[in-house]
Design a protein. Structure first.
Length: 502
């Protein structure tokens, strides 16, 4: 007979904790075990089950695989590791109760003379409740699986272990045959008793047995379906509960610091004032640093330009002297005659002086012509004398220097004309300028400040993006309007100071 806790109830509400998958199952020894579908619990010592009668499951063995890799590499058995990996790739299918525990394994290793280091490796790698199933023992100690299966089963039987059996394999088969065998035997027996006629034997007793057979089959099918659906519903409910708890925790984390808001608001004014003063100080230091760096770079650029101009002037003197000699020699008969005589004198072996060579004398006279000449006052001529040519080149360099590092009169007059257009009473209203004139004034502001080496701080505030909250958007619009107004005021003050300096 079924124990009360495992009997199926039809006329009351059964509690899931009492029976079925995920609940509790009371064995015939009145020992409570977890309820599982298609699983029967029995004492291995009494039942003596065959291997195919044991319930199996898929076991994940990542920890064992890492340990097995170390052992097989040390023992030189890579093919055993590869074979086990291929077997356990999708989960190691083993009989659930054919195992030995970590403590039992350590005891067996001690009895068989394994070293302390080998036993410590097992003890410190695997938890105390780890179960070594027979395929793991086989590949770990290089023993046939048949031997490890027998050893594990004997260990479980010695402990009178109540393990899992496959109910579909151990249950009695052929219930229809049993029912109709009962019908036949009953009919043969009952026909010798009075009042048990054909009607009772065939109609009453036969129909009753048919109904009982159909009820047994349908009951098993319905029970299996109900247990499966109950288990799936319980799993879905548990999953929904876990998801709900995760969402609750996530929501609570978002408001974890809400209790500190009051504390923050109490010191908000003092903290803001302190941070604003610190921000202003840091901003002033940053602007000072930027201004110093920009001025230093501008001075370095000026020094480099002047150095390049000095070396260019030295090269220019030599180049222009050579160019003037090339220009004068074809048309100067005296220079040609002097060159011929100097060549003949040199071929004869006589000593020639600097005055005898027209090239040397020309360069000496050209260099002497630069002595005492004020190139800044001399009018330059690209095809004139050497001083005029040098003066022309120097004046071109000075013009380039002024256009690069100084404000030109054209730029100053353009700023004044744009300022006159924006004049409004005693001050300026730059909003009156057309778009092209306003852009030109901004460009002049940037280029002139860059020429004189002034660092322009970028303090343009950025607008706050809109959100999905309409109430918050109304506040953001007000803040953005104030930001735009402050940017306009800042630009007005900058341009006013800029145009006032001209």
């Amino acid at each position: 007979a079924l124990a009360p806790a495992s009997a199926r109830h039809f006329w009351n509400v059964s509690l899931p904790v009492l029976s079925g998958p995920g609940g509790a199952h009371t064995t015939k020894y009145n020992i409570v075990k977890p309820g599982k579908d298609n699983v029967e619990w029995d004492d291995f010592m009494l039942a003596l089950p065959d291997k195919e009668h044991l319930a199996s499951f898929s076991k994940d063995v990542p920890l064992f695989i890492r340990y097995l890799k170390v052992v097989t590499d040390k023992e030189g058995r890579p093919e055993a590791f590869t074979a086990f990996i291929n077997r356990a790739k999708s989960g190691l299918v083993v009989e659930s109760d054919v195992y030995i525990t970590s403590e039992e394994l350590l005891s067996v290793m001690w009895k068989n003379g394994y070293s302390d280091s080998e036993r410590n490796a097992i003890q410190f790698t695997f938890p105390a409740d780890y179960k070594f199933h027979y395929p793991e023992l086989s590949v770990l100690f290089d023993i046939p699986e048949e031997e490890t299966y027998k050893f594990a089963m004997r260990t479980r039987m010695e402990n009178s272990h109540i393990g899992e059996l496959d109910f579909s394999k151990v249950k009695r088969q052929g219930f229809i045959r049993d029912h109709w065998l009962m019908f036949g035997v009953g009919l043969v027996i009952f026909k010798y008793f009075p009042f048990f006629n054909y009607y009772f034997g065939v109609k009453v007793f036969g129909t009753s047995m048919w109904c009982y057979t159909m009820w047994t089959g349908l009951n098993r099918w319905i029970a299996t379906s109900c247990r499966r659906n109950e288990f799936m519903a319980a799993q879905k409910t548990a999953n929904d509960v876990m998801d709900g708890e995760d969402k609750i925790v996530e929501s609570m984390r978002r408001f974890a610091n809400d209790a500190k808001c009051v504390d923050y608001l109490n010191t908000f004014k003092e903290d803001t004032e302190a941070k604003i003063s610190t921000y202003r100080e840091a901003l002033a230091k940053k602007m000072k640093q930027d201004l110093t760096e920009r001025a230093l770079k501008q001075l370095q650029a000026i020094a480099a330009f002047e150095g390049n101009m000095g070396s260019a002037m030295q090269e220019l003197v030599v180049t222009e002297a050579a160019a003037s000699f090339k220009q004068q020699f074809p048309s100067d008969k005296a220079m040609q005659t002097k060159a011929f005589e100097s060549a003949v004198k040199s071929l004869s072996g006589a000593t020639t002086t600097a005055t005898d060579c027209p090239v040397t004398s020309h360069f000496q006279s050209a260099f002497k012509s630069l002595e005492g000449v004020d190139l800044s006052k001399l009018k330059g001529n690209a095809s004139g004398t050497l001083p005029e040519r040098v003066a022309f080149a120097q004046q071109a360099k000075e013009a380039e220097f002024k256009s690069t590092f100084m404000v030109t009169p054209a730029e100053a007059s353009e700023v004044k004309s744009l300022a006159a257009k924006a004049k409004s009473g005693e001050g300026y209203d730059f909003s009156k300028l057309p778009a092209d004139a306003a852009d030109r004034l901004d460009a002049l502001y940037a280029s002139i400040n860059a020429k004189v080496g002034y660092a322009m701080p970028d303090l343009a505030p950025q607008a706050i993006p809109m959100t999905k909250d309409s109430a918050a958007n109304a506040y953001i619009e007000k803040v953005n309007a104030q930001i735009a107004e402050s940017a306009k005021t800042l630009r007005q003050a900058r341009l006013t100071a800029f145009v006032s300096s001209f």
